[in-house]
Design a protein around this ligand. Structure first.
Ligand code: ZN
Length: 81
């Protein structure tokens, strides 16, 4: 188990930053490896954000569509009668 450079707490080998230290402090491993890991994490976060934005858009479109459909149905009922 490696130890944090900043606080000396025990950390996992696959952790990029130390949970005991504020962000960007408590780097684990060599600087190059940390940068690569951070890059990988950024890419994964970007992928997740893109996916999230896509599903939010799908959600907005489907909600708008159902509201329009409901509005049309509500409007049509008095006319149908
Ligand atoms: Zn630390």
């Amino acid at each position: 188990m490696p130890f944090c450079r900043e606080c000396g707490n025990e950390v996992h080998a696959d952790w990029v930053t130390c949970p005991h230290c504020p962000a960007e402090k408590g780097e684990i491993g060599s600087g190059k490896m940390v940068q690569q890991l951070e890059h990988q994490v950024d890419e994964k976060q970007n992928e997740r954000m893109t996916e999230l934005i896509f599903w939010v858009k799908v959600g907005i479109v489907s909600i708008t569509f159902s509201l329009l459909l409901i509005a049309m149905m509500v409007r049509r009922i008095p006319f149908a009668l």
